[in-house]
Design a protein around this ligand. Structure first.
Ligand code: AMP
Length: 312
């Protein structure tokens, strides 16, 4: 009979279950999958990657916590979907060993924390600009979850590319002893990236939302023309859908979210449909070799294009 995962809802319960994972001969790596629950195909992909990384002797821990610290005053904290029973079923199907689903009081016993993680300049761009304090909240809870679960590896989705970049930066800057593994974005058959917030979309909203992946694909298809061409194609596709309110569309360097040079870059975008905010991104490879003796005119043009790319 296959056993489902253990469920810990307190720090003490987690500590006991976590200690048990270290018992026995040659225990394998612990892999953490941090989530806010309402698990979907994207999370499933993370769970499968985690299971593979853990190997036959390792263990997967899934955390499910809707982190109040990363929600702004006018955001959807209260109505954020909570589906613990279904989440536990998915965790069981995907071979997770332990689910940590604490309350806010358990995670923040002293109420609002006074000491938090500053995400730095890259944390104030794009998502950080449209959601002030968002990345302080994300990095603070990720750091706490890493301390509580002590994983060898933690997996994060490329769907939230700026979050992934900032978590990696935190691991480097704060010398955290964990390996961060990225997992590619899962999409539904119509191209929309799976998201817990997609359930807010009506059928009509969803048809409008599809302009977002369509625009990213259009940008990708224009990559040979450089960052300007990528942006022009993406913006054109977004403008064609009047129901979409675009927060930003830009071509960025994937590690810093600064201006992209030649080579691998990310086309990132955020938009609202009805009351639902969606973010997405796709990789692009920008042309133009780096000149061995210094920057070329082409580099300058691409840097400039990426600079003004920060605004739609
Ligand atoms: P969330 O529950 O939305 O906070 O997401 C938890 C983790 O799942 C984060 O690392 C996300 O980047 C990742 N994730 C969410 N949606 C997707 C998706 N469609 N594809 C891949 N990863 C995703």
């Amino acid at each position: 009979m296959s056993e489902g995962p253990g469920l810990a809802t307190t720090r003490d319960g987690l500590a006991a279950a976590r200690a048990a994972l270290d018992q026995g001969a040659g225990p394998g790596p612990v892999v953490l999958v941090p989530t806010m629950g309402a698990l979907h195909g994207g999370h499933q992909r993370l769970l499968r990657a985690a299971r593979t990384l853990a190997g036959p002797r390792g263990s997967v821990i899934v955390s499910i916590f809707v982190n109040p610290l990363q929600f702004g005053p006018n955001e959807d904290l209260d109505r954020y979907p909570r589906t613990l029973d279904e989440d536990l079923a998915m965790a069981a199907r995907e071979g997770a060993r332990l689910v940590f689903a604490p309350t806010a009081a358990e995670m923040y016993p002293g109420g609002q924390p006074e000491v938090t993680v500053d995400p730095g300049p890259a944390g104030r761009l794009f998502e950080g600009e449209f959601r002030p304090g968002f990345f302080d909240g994300v990095l603070t809870v990720v750091l706490k979850l890493l301390h509580l679960t002590r994983p060898a590896v933690a997996v994060f989705g490329q769907k939230d590319a700026q979050q992934l970049a900032l978590v990696r930066r935190m691991v480097t800057d704060l010398n955290l002893d964990v390996v961060i593994e990225p997992v590619p974005t899962a999409r539904d058959a119509d191209g929309l990236a799976t998201s817990s917030r997609n359930r807010y979309l009506s059928a009509a909203d969803r048809a409008v939302a599809l302009a977002l992946p369509r625009a990213l694909r259009a940008g990708q298809a224009s990559a040979a023309g450089g960052a300007d061409a990528v942006l022009a194609a993406a913006r054109g596709a977004l403008r064609a859908e009047s129901g979409l309110a675009v927060d930003y569309v830009a071509v960025v360097e994937p590690g810093t979210f600064g201006p992209a040079g030649p080579g691998p870059a990310l086309l990132v975008a955020a938009a609202r449909v009805g009351g639902t905010r969606l973010i997405d991104n796709m990789p692009v490879v920008l042309p133009g070799a780096v000149h061995p003796t210094g920057p070329t005119a082409g580099d300058t043009a691409i840097g400039g294009a990426a600079d003004d790319a920060a605004r739609h």
